[in-house]
Design a protein around this ligand. Structure first.
Ligand code: ADP
Length: 719
């Protein structure tokens, strides 16, 4: 029996075929084949056009906006005429690209637009005029898209890609998940819009820990995150701190915000002024969460507190690629703000900006305009601030810095999850993810990170009370404006044919191909390269701005914990593992040569037991035994402090890292050297870092070689 999927697939394939023959009416430019066609797509096109009609405020256009990023707001796909450009472009690609493709870059998924041997790629009319090549559309499995579905459908339509709403028996190019990496199991190819571990990593406790580690190393750079304590473990430290502050200043009356771990939409959040107001238990269970310094002087507009929702795309972890959406949302409270006092602590509509809460206030204003109402575009707010003389260029660049630094803080642990799920050698999939950054502007315009959402709402409807107590979802122009663009442009950046096209483009532009050992930033095509290389001409300019590797130089020095994570992963050994066992930890110590007369292997074991025990008590889910990355980082800091006592903490860590990396690099080279010796290779090709040990007996090398060959990652058997 045929599955529904098969039917859907067949039907889709036919209509796609048709789509190429029956493009919308087009007067053809001299370059394009002279054909005039009409058809079904014209309707589709107008649907798209209507859905994404420009809602620009003409008055706003008059303002001479100082930041270029925000001038680029007309992001809608102008579908009329799009196919003409597409045809022109495809033909151009064919002519320009054909000799390049002859160099042989066939694409596994059949998206190679340049393969001249492919029948799909070229049609010729009787009069010899070449028709544009038919490119297989990119396929997207939307069966798990959940609340993103509506925005995703519009995006796919605008791109003329092919949607599989029921999933597909064969592989798709892109899988769009609504919640996590695991929404679809057993994906081995293509690209998934979620990273493994992102949900766990961005929960409030984990996120606070990751940022805190960075605060230890770089206190000034990470001052954008409010001081936080983890509950229940750090309750004592929290109360001790408050007592100390009060002793020093009896009038001090700080406010704190308590957030349950894994909570969202403001659920379970409350404000306190005294540690005794903490609700530490729920039933018989200790409540896991964070208590955080409350930012009591936020920037107000119309006397209301608001926060910014910024969409950030992590396009890849290795090399790290981050994009920021030029347009975002601002969510407004619905009760005028007053600094916290015992009287108003429970006024959620005054203190919490969550849409999900405020929508239930009688004061919530639904507006079709982007610059009024309880939800507005970020650009409309920035315009308003610019009109008041605020240096919004500075605000924007501070926001970019905050985003890059936050991503740098969470990437190390993400890499651990990633290698466990998709170890080297596994064919795929690869991942990307849109994150929702919630940012508060302080009165002095400093951006503060509130939290990062792994699964930001991509709904383009909002709840509206249509009758007393009756809520319905109605289209929300502001949400649609922002979110469709973010999804569509994310898809554009993830277009699998783009990878090949950009390589071809690099060749076309006679750019030098990456040198071995070159900085990753040099290897990644720029946005301009990408634009020049694909069907982009037919679409509005990207609403996503690349910020990393673009700003590598400014931020690369912060990536210290990532280097510690690389060591950690190296010694994990067994595929799928995320914790170091005691043997693996000893192997790490031994191969980095960290023992000496005052630090024996027995001390190493004590350190291991001490740290893992403590962390086992702090982890909500400590089913897996062993040392996780955050515990390993703590051990690493402690080893660094022991070894390089006279240095400051950052220098200690850096010095230890350099020692470990040098030792491991040398070990690696030695193992390569050994294997070459054994296979008759010439040892002189390898430049060892430390020549002395190479003079040791060959038999020793051989033993090492066999050990490394059998278990290339130094397996700790207890893992
Ligand atoms: P949730 O995931 O439940 O939305 P958030 O951390 O985003 O939790 O907090 C909810 C809201 O509380 C935010 O949108 C913001 O308005 C307010 N808020 C959170 N943290 C702070 C803080 N440290 N200072 C001031 N307001 C805060």
């Amino acid at each position: 029996m045929k599955s529904l999927d098969q039917d859907a697939e067949k039907e889709g394939a036919e209509s796609e075929e048709q789509a190429y023959v029956s493009s919308p009416s087009a007067s053809v430019s001299p370059d394009a084949p002279s054909i005039t066609v009409t058809g079904r797509d014209a309707n589709d096109a107008s649907t798209c056009r209507n859905r994404s009609r420009s809602r620009g405020n003409p008055a706003k256009e008059d303002i001479n906006f100082t930041v270029k990023q925000f001038t680029d707001r007309a992001l809608h796909s102008n579908i009329s005429g799009e196919n003409v450009k597409r045809q022109e472009y495809e033909r151009t690609l064919h002519i320009r690209g054909s000799d390049k493709v002859l160099q042989g870059r066939p694409e596994a998924n059949g998206n190679n637009v340049n393969n001249p041997r492919s029948k799909m790629n070229q049609d010729t009319l009787d009069n010899g005029v070449k028709l544009p090549r038919k490119k297989k559309p990119v396929t997207v499995d939307t069966s798990k898209a959940k609340t993103s579905l509506e925005a995703l459908k519009i995006s796919i339509k605008q791109l003329k890609w092919k949607e599989f709403p029921m999933g597909r028996r064969t592989a798709c190019d892109i899988y769009w998940h609504g919640v996590s990496f695991h929404d679809n199991e057993n994906i081995v190819s293509g690209q998934v819009n979620k990273f493994p571990g992102m949900v766990e990593m961005l929960r409030k406790i984990n996120m606070s820990r990751a940022v805190r580690t960075m605060q230890e190393l770089f206190p000034e750079e990470y001052d954008f995150y409010p001081r936080s304590w983890i509950l229940p473990q750090e309750y004592q430290q929290f109360t001790a701190q408050i007592c100390m502050v009060k002793e020093n200043d009896a009038t001090a009356n700080h406010t704190f915000i308590v957030k349950p771990d894994g909570g969202s939409q403001g659920d379970g959040i409350y404000l306190i002024r005294d540690p005794s107001d903490l609700k530490l238990v729920a039933g018989s269970q200790a409540k896991q969460g964070v208590v955080q310094e409350y930012i009591h002087k936020p920037l107000l507009i119309d006397k209301l507190k608001f926060d910014i929702r910024l969409y950030v795309l992590i396009k890849s972890l290795e090399p790290l690629e981050i994009y920021i959406a030029k347009e975002g949302l601002t969510r407004f409270c619905t009760e005028p703000y007053q600094e916290p006092s015992q009287k108003n602590l429970s006024h959620v509509f005054m203190h919490l900006t969550n849409y999900s809460l405020n929508v239930h206030s009688g004061n919530f204003v639904h507006s079709d305009s982007q610059s009024t109402g309880s939800k507005r575009t970020l650009s409309s707010v920035l315009y308003r601030l610019a009109a008041k003389g605020v240096d919004i260029k500075k605000v924007w660049s501070d926001i970019i810095a905050l985003v890059i630094k936050t991503v740098i803080a969470v990437v190390p642990e993400l890499k651990v999850y990633y290698q466990a799920e998709i170890p080297p050698g596994k064919p795929g999939p690869t991942c990307f993810q849109i994150l929702g950054f919630d940012i508060l502007l302080m009165k002095n315009l400093k951006p503060i990170l509130l939290e990062v959402n792994s699964n930001p709402s991509m709904r383009i409807e909002h709840e509206q009370e249509v009758a007393a107590g009756v809520f319905e979802y109605v289209p929300s122009p502001v949400d649609e404006e922002v979110k469709v663009n973010v999804i569509r442009d994310t898809l554009r950046l993830m277009d699998p044919s783009r990878k090949n096209q950009s390589i071809v483009c690099v060749l076309c532009n006679h750019r030098v191909l990456p040198r071995p050992g070159a900085e990753p930033s040099e290897e990644i095509p720029t946005e301009a390269d990408l634009k020049a290389s694909s069907t982009e001409e037919a679409l509005p300019s990207l609403c996503l701005k690349q910020v990393y590797p673009k700003y590598t130089k400014q931020f690369n020095y912060l990536r210290l914990v990532e280097r510690i994570a690389a060591l950690f992963i190296r010694f994990l050994g067994v595929k799928g593992n995320m914790r170091l066992g005691p043997t693996a930890f000893r192997t790490f110590i031994r191969s980095c040569k960290l023992t000496n007369s005052s630090f024996s292997m027995a001390s190493v074991d004590i350190l291991y037991i001490d740290i893992t025990r403590r962390w086992a008590g702090t982890m909500a889910d400590s089913r897996e035994a062993g040392m996780g990355l955050q515990a390993f980082v703590e051990a690493f800091f402690s080893l660094a402090a022991r070894r390089f006592k006279s240095l400051g903490q950052r220098q200690q860590v850096l010095a230890l890292l350099e020692q470990c990396e040098a030792q491991n690099l040398w070990e690696e080279r030695r193992s390569v050297s050994c294997s070459r010796t054994l296979s008759g290779g010439n040892r002189t090709h390898v430049a060892p870092l430390s020549p002395a040990p190479l003079r040791r007996a060959t038999s020793q090398d051989q033993r090492l070689h066999y050990r490394l060959k059998a278990r290339p990652l130094r397996v700790g058997t207890d893992n």
